[in-house]
Design a protein around this ligand. Structure first.
Ligand code: PEP
Ligand code: MG
Length: 497
């Protein structure tokens, strides 16, 4: 029996067998260098194959994709990563080490051209890692507790029904892996543990502890607790004048949105749906999904965020070196198909369309015009509200120019990175920047009030009590959170009234 402590990213208790995905944090598991090298070679080959397919359907990006293929085909990449494997690192760790080393001087450079090249390399890194880890289909049939170096959102999306809990070496409160775990009620801790494949472990976030190979007595005790917890009934409360909205990633959460008393969906992360597939979803497939969500919301509102890829969210058929408008311009068909499906699903005029990672009002105007053009071509006359996610320092600094938006939703996860350079993988719940952020957001509150623009917060800070209290004090009344976080909203509401 072993006992370890860790940092909690998503609450809960899990009992189950360990499945180890990346070995670096596990001192008791030996790496087989030959196997790691073989895995790496296959992952690079598959990455090249993906890009070659992509080149065929994405003519406008041909040059960019060819450059990526060239970088991936460079024998030096394999030589250098194999050298790292020989030193005892896993294949995924070696890819991280080698590419981070190449990227570092580019990222530190002041030239924006060099910074962009670093993003290209980051894109390549993500692609190889996805082929190494994210796409790995597990041969274990039972549910498991994942022990890994880090949690990739695509892996979680594909295995969420099997995942009892997660323990990783790296990760932060606002990483998409953590956000999704909270959304799907999967307990998640950051810890450095020694575990063996197939061993039983208990993950208890209330005590911030992980027990490996627990005694039977301990297992029984925890089974009783989990059973008790599963029988707890949640009661929705009246919460006017506040609006409680839900952040969701797929339709499996709709039932909870309704039973927990949410007033609507404030953020539908549509790219998470896309992550379930190796090819773009067709219009019909997307319509099917969006219309089920619209039907469920009927007399409430539903805000679809146009697919927000880049960074830790990558799709095999899109070359996304950075988040934002470029993804739509470089993949116009994917954008158009998504917009058509959303518009077609807008049966009750309750749909809102939200653009992520907006830097300027010009970008918003351009995208809104594009959507209206698509709507016109469809001969559709449904009512749609248009808004932005406020998640870049540039947009914050020029907030007064966003007079034409219908609503603004503050995405604190990216905004905190943009202003304070605290990466979402490093964000925790100790909010040393909160005071300064609040003072910066006052301008946004004043601007929205003056121009009758609906303002809400959909970043993770909306569900962190000290931050939530500050937002309420400054006059914000609409919050969009992961469904289980309604308990936090209810709790703070009761404290205020
Ligand atoms: C945010 O950035 O705060 C946000 C809600 O979007 P995401 O976490 O999906 O980037
Ligand atoms: Mg964001």
């Amino acid at each position: 029996m072993g006992c370890y402590s860790g940092m909690v990213l998503s609450e809960g208790i899990a009992i189950g067998k360990v499945h180890i995905l990346s070995y670096s944090a596990m001192t008791q598991v030996k790496i087989d260098p030959a196997k790691e090298k073989e895995k790496l070679e296959i992952a690079i080959k598959n990455s090249i194959k993906e890009l070659e397919n992509l080149k065929k359907i994405s003519k406008e990006n041909e040059e960019y994709i060819s450059m990526q293929i060239l970088l991936l085909s460079d024998p030096l990449l394999l030589t250098k990563t194999n050298q790292e494997i020989n030193l005892g690192h896993s294949a995924s760790e070696s890819v991280e080490i080698v590419l981070n080393e190449i990227m570092k001087p580019l990222l530190d450079a002041t030239s924006s051209y060099l910074k962009e090249r670093a993003l290209d390399l980051s894109d390549i890194k993500e692609r190889i890692l996805r082929n190494l880890i994210g796409k790995k289909s597990l041969d274990i049939k039972t549910d498991f507790i994942l022990v890994a170096e880090e949690l990739h959102p695509s892996f979680l999306i594909q295995h969420k029904n099997q995942l009892l809990g997660v323990i990783t070496h790296k990760g932060g409160y606002s990483s998409h892996g953590a956000i999704l775990c909270r959304q799907f009620n999967i307990p998640y801790m950051i810890a450095n543990i020694a575990a063996i494949e197939g061993e039983t472990i208990i993950l208890d976030t209330r005590k911030q502890q992980i027990i490996t190979s627990p005694k039977d007595q301990e297992i029984k005790h925890y089974q009783e607790i989990t059973q008790k917890l599963s029988m707890e009934v949640f009661e929705a409360i009246e919460h006017s004048p506040y609006q409680f909205l839900a952040n969701i990633s797929d339709n499996s959460e709709l039932e909870r949105v309704q039973s927990y008393g949410f007033d609507g969906i404030g953020l539908y992360r549509t790219e998470m749906i896309f992550m379930n597939s190796d090819r773009p979803y067709t219009l019909e497939e997307q319509y099917e999904i969006y219309s089920v969500a619209v039907q469920a919301m009927k007399n409430k509102s539903i805000c679809f965020r146009t697919f927000d890829v880049g960074d830790d969210k990558q799709l095999s058929y899109i070359t996304a070196s950075k988040k934002g408008i470029d993804n739509y311009i470089h993949n116009p068909l994917v954008f158009k198909t998504q917009i058509e499906a959303i518009i077609k699903a807008n049966l009750y005029n309750i749909v809102k369309i939200m653009f992520p990672m907006i830097y300027s009002a010009d970008e918003f105007d351009f995208l809104k015009k594009w959507v209206l053009q698509i709507q016109k071509e469809m001969k559709d006359s449904s009512f749609i509200e248009f808004g932005i996610m406020l998640e870049t320092e540039e947009a914050l600094n020029s907030i007064e120019s966003f007079k034409d938006v219908d609503f603004i939703s503050i995405g604190t996860n990216d905004l905190v990175y943009s202003i304070y350079h605290i990466h979402r993988d490093d964000q925790n719940t100790e909010l040393e920047y909160l005071k300064d952020l609040i003072s910066k957001l006052k301008r946004v509150v004043t601007f929205c009030k003056k121009n009758k623009i609906t303002l809400s917060i959909c970043g993770e800070l909306a569900a962190i009590s000290p931050a939530l209290k500050e937002f309420i004090r400054m006059g914000i009344t609409s919050f969009s959170v992961a469904t289980p976080a309604i308990k936090i909203l209810n709790h703070i509401y009761k404290e205020f009234f």
